[in-house]
Write a protein that binds this ligand. Structure first.
Ligand code: C2O
Ligand code: CU
Length: 478
């Protein structure tokens, strides 16, 4: 195959079917009618006629949703839905969000993975919380294509757990993939016997320390929704793990997942897996093409991701159903090169050492970064980690504990070099990556010209709350 050749895309079209469509309305070269109607997230309404501006209104408010059959659960929502409305735009567009807080608590919105100016990053390091009844306008350019998401950055372990998160898709006009697309936001929720939200700090220290995994698994806010598909016709799934603590290991029976994208858009070359592991806040783009043998009803499941390195303890749990109709044929073929990356030159780069650890605070075990326990307050000052615009550095992040921590850096996507001495399998841009117990992560990052205060933390949000969070100050070079 010729890397990068657009002609290879013809192979994605299904081969002509031997039998032909059953009826005139039924087109076998397309997904079944209403294939994603039940499962797809709500799409945000664009209030701006300019094709290069996406302007939306987002209200954080309480809403009653039927999560469990026949029970109304009062959740926290963006615009009344879980997930919040999908923000879909294209690379280079301007995004304007008129945000209003109708919640009982202060909140902010963080644009996870989006290359925003520091002042738009939505953390307590760069803005005052938006108090109940108040508004804030977020306004920035979408510089990179990819799958991102938004969520609160104040009391986030509770607020994300209550339902506050939403997907962002930034399309690349030169995207080489031509397949129907579906956004899948995976999450979970802790409900009591009445089907109502458990308090975000239920089980107190224990919950913070182990991370609160919800009792109910959600796919686009629903319990086990249904999707329809046609054999041989690839679907492109953009999968987001928006849970506050749960890792998802998603498996589709008898069907390969071809990973084509990650946190920050397309990866260098496709990778084929039988299951997809996403730590909290990670994203993936996969092409799924059901073989003839998969025709019928199948269940996509979440396997035990073994976050505590104890071996697999739980049975598979259902995520969503797929009704696969026969008809199409052939398999998804993708180019060998999806995206060109410039050669990496690591010679002479400085290394920054980060240790994710435990630290007692007032006699209670907390979690720390380089021995410091972060406290979620704007007025708490700690030693800043300092970097300079234009610099490129290697970060060496040691997990000095006995359980996993998904590491997230705000503002600047990075390339993972290795984890636990194992080279990263493919070149790609990431902003979140799991660091297994007692292992070291190495990545390389360049600070483009966006000085300011940027958080980095464990994205098990309960762990961030328990102190595993810090601030990177990126200073202009004088
Ligand atoms: Cu997705 Cu600091 O967060
Ligand atoms: Cu952690």
């Amino acid at each position: 195959m010729l890397p990068g050749s657009g002609l290879l895309w013809l192979a994605l079209l299904p081969l002509a079917s031997a039998c032909g469509p059953a009826s005139e309305e039924e087109d076998w070269a397309a997904q079944p009618p209403d294939w994603d109607a039940e499962i797809a997230p709500v799409v945000a309404e664009d209030l701006n006629p300019d094709p290069n501006v996406l302007e939306v209104k987002i209200e954080a408010r309480l809403a009653e949703l039927e999560i469990l059959p026949g029970v109304l659960t009062e959740v926290w929502s963006y615009n009344g839905s879980i997930p919040g409305p999908l923000l879909r735009a294209k690379k280079g567009d301007r995004l304007i969000v008129h945000f209003t807080n109708h919640l009982p608590d202060p909140t902010t919105v963080h644009w996870h993975g989006v290359r925003v100016p520091a002042t738009m990053d939505g953390t307590h390091a760069v803005q005052d919380p938006v108090e109940p009844g108040e508004s804030f306008t977020y306004d920035f350019e979408l510089l990179d294509a990819g799958t991102f998401w938004y969520h609160p950055h104040i009391d986030s372990s509770a607020q994300v757990g209550y339902g506050l998160y939403g997907p962002i898709v930034v399309e690349d006009p030169d995207d080489p993939i031509d397949a129907e697309e579906l956004v899948l936001v995976l999450s979970d929720m802790s409900l009591d016997e009445e089907g109502q939200l458990q308090p975000g700090d239920a089980t107190e220290w224990f919950g913070d320390y182990f991370g609160r995994e919800g009792s109910v698994l959600l796919v686009n806010g629903q319990v086990q929704p249904k999707l329809r598909a046609r054999t041989g016709l690839p679907q492109r799934w953009r999968v987001i793990n928006a849970a506050r603590a749960r890792f998802f290991k998603m498996a589709v029976p008898d069907t390969d997942l071809i990973r084509i994208g990650g946190d920050g858009g397309l990866i260098e070359s496709p990778q084929t897996f039988s299951e997809l592991l996403l730590a909290t806040s990670e994203r993936a783009e996969v092409l799924v093409s059901f073989p003839e043998s998969a025709a019928g009803a199948l269940e996509v499941v979440a396997q035990d991701p073994d976050r505590f390195n104890l071996g697999v303890l739980e049975l598979d749990q259902p995520l969503f159903d797929v009704e696969v109709e026969a008809g199409g044929a052939g398999a998804a073929r993708v180019p060998e090169t999806l995206r060109e990356f410039p050669p990496l030159d690591l010679a002479g780069l400085p290394t920054r050492q980060i240790v994710l650890g435990e630290q007692a605070l007032d006699g209670v075990p907390h979690l720390s970064i380089n021995g410091e326990v972060h406290q979620d307050s704007m007025h708490h000052h700690e030693t800043p980690h300092v970097a300079y615009v234009g610099d490129t550095e290697v970060w060496e992040v040691l997990n000095d504990t006995d359980y996993a921590h998904p590491f997230h850096l705000h503002g600047f996507s990075f390339e993972v070099l290795e984890v636990g001495g194992r080279p990263w399998p493919v070149r790609e841009m990431k902003d979140s990556v799991n660091v297994p117990p007692r292992e070291t992560l190495r990545f390389v990052v360049t600070y483009d010209d966006r000085p300011g205060l940027w958080m980095f933390h464990c994205h098990i949000l309960d762990h961030a709350k328990l102190g595993m969070m810090a601030v990177l100050e990126v200073r202009p070079r004088e």
